[in-house]
Design a protein around this ligand. Structure first.
Ligand SMILES: *Cc1c(COP(=O)(O)O)cnc(C)c1O
Length: 405
């Protein structure tokens, strides 16, 4: 997880500033959208690139009572001493493969997910060795067609097996859950179909005697736009970081959300060049006339998508500039149109967008991808610099202050 101390000067080249006050405010805004449900902040993939432990702490300060990860390793890391995640906070993970680590998860009190009989068999064996029951959520595939148990016979078999294990004291069925395929396309017909099948599969399990602590299906777009999907627990990820799940869902401000990450770099060079000068590999950009070029010391090794070559936006001294030609492994160039801000001038690739800078959504559009991928792939060579750490109490004024300047 990204809490290592950056080597000297690293943040001078480039840095990803993470505004933890924004994370806290986003979690509060999401809780207001789902007042009847508990909130699980999803912090998988190192908190979508923002740093899992720091964002987990901020989310918990703002009222999240669950944390969600994909892999068991991510969950165990949150449970390790020193992360500052309080013991009463539940940690759940869902991406299991044969071999576990089931026993470690059981012993750390991590909630696991079971989507099929192989997983039930492995977890009960581990619970017997651990001498205590596993906390397990049974996962229903209500239509996503990815993980989870198919409805019908498969679900009946999983529910019956889990109830047997519960009777033997090897399992506590803590949750019944599923995941939506198209919640980021409001009005998509699969949404009502999935919710209706989820209700049926929950009713079936409860009819056989399952008594879960939580039933849950809502990701960020569902938390924001589908109250009927909230059940007992909502599981937002991207919205915790203030990024909208999709242009169709809306912009962050529509929901009182603010992007937490600001990615910027220090120009490594500004120089004058004549017209007709090829720029970067393959010369896909040729200067249209005499101009100035700025060298931005970030590249695809840092997670800047190469597909945004010749299209990604960058704010330099109040003006939007565009990537000139290819994005290379460690650097790219912008045409500064004759301006000379000098080496060391700040180039802001993306941020909340309210100080004139582009957003992760703008980069997603430039690269033909989603904003999730833009923030999540920012590499480990870019130090995370945390702003507004610690819950200062007077959060009302905090949103605008010190955030990434
Ligand atoms: C990633 C993930 C989430 C969070 O999704 P967002 O769209 O980022 O809110 C919720 N549940 C599961 C199972 C996930 O894998």
């Amino acid at each position: 997880m990204n809490e290592t101390v950056a080597p000297p000067g690293a943040e001078l080249r480039a840095r990803a500033e993470i505004d933890l006050a924004a994370v806290r405010a986003n979690v509060r805004a999401l809780r207001e959208r789902a007042p009847g449900a508990a909130l699980m902040a999803v912090v998988k993939a190192d908190g979508y690139g923002h740093g899992a432990a720091a964002c987990a702490r901020a989310a918990v300060e703002a009222g999240a009572t669950w944390l969600g990860t994909a892999t068991p390793q991510e969950a165990l890391a949150l449970r390790a001493p020193g992360t500052g995640v309080p013991d009463h906070v539940r940690v759940m993970c869902w991406l299991w493969t044969p071999g576990g680590p089931w026993r470690e998860a059981i012993e750390a009190g991590v909630d696991v997910s079971l989507g099929g009989m192989w997983a039930l068999e492995e977890v009960t064996r581990a619970a017997r060795l651990a001498g205590r029951p596993a906390r397990a959520h049974l996962k229903a595939d209500t239509g996503l067609g990815r993980g989870g148990c198919q409805p019908g016979e498969d679900w009946a078999e999983l529910v019956a097996g889990a109830l047997r294990a519960e009777a033997e004291g090897l399992l506590r069925i803590t949750g019944l859950w599923s995941h939506l395929a198209c919640a980021d396309e409001p009005g998509h017909p699969s949404i009502v179909a999935q919710l209706s099948l989820f209700r049926e599969m929950v009713a079936y399990a409860e009819g056989r005697g399952v008594d879960p602590e939580v039933r849950h299906i809502a990701n960020s777009p569902a938390t924001l736009t589908l109250p009927e999907s909230h059940f007992d627990l909502v599981r937002p990820g991207i919205a915790v970081y203030g990024v909208s799940p999709s242009p169709e869902t809306g912009v962050p401000a529509d929901f009182g959300l603010r992007p937490a990450m600001t990615l910027s770099a220090s120009l490594a060079l500004v120089k004058r060049v004549p017209g007709g000068h090829g720029v970067s590999y393959a010369h896909h950009y040729v200067t249209p006339g005499a101009t100035t070029l700025g060298l931005v010391p970030l590249g695809y090794a840092d997670g800047i998508p190469r597909h945004a070559s010749s299209s990604g936006p960058v704010l330099v001294e109040g003006k939007w500039r565009t990537v000139a030609g290819r994005i290379a492994m460690d650097q790219f160039v912008v045409d500064l149109g004759g301006d000379d801000p000098g080496a060391g001038a700040r180039a802001v690739l993306f941020g909340p967008g309210d100080r004139g800078e582009p957003t992760a959504a703008d980069w997603a559009q430039a690269a033909g991808t989603i904003a999730y991928e833009i923030v999540t792939r920012i590499g480990s060579r870019v130090p995370r610099v945390y702003r507004n750490e610690g819950n200062e109490g007077n959060e009302g004024n905090e949103g605008n202050e010190g955030s990434g300047r």
